[in-house]
Design a protein. Sequence first.
Length: 132
Amino acid sequence: MSLTTNLKTKNIDVDEDVKNYLAKRINKFEQFIAEDTSPAIADIELEKRTGQQSGKIFRAEVNLKAGDNYLRSEEAAEDIRDAIDAMQEQMVRELRDAKEKQQTQTRQGAREAKEQLQSQQDGDASNAGAAS
């Protein structure tokens, strides 16, 4: 699975330490992305809000396209690393929920197919008994 990342910054200069920190956090997404899907794309935006000197002035946002799923996470914090951590935790929750939903739908579809097959076999068996 390949995860392509596009980084956009606004009102902030990001050094290599922050880029490496971000890359390490984003790599956790790969364990939730199916191998058979088309390449996943993560559009990441890091911003320092202007007009505000204290409080949650750093914002981290990610828009992730993986297969048919479009997921989004946005968090703000007092430090850029804290914003990245919060964004990553929220996206992991989103990915986990999407994966569980897909597994549930797969199981439900398999269950329905099994029930339909059994009802057809029961119908065939009763028709064969009636024909004798």
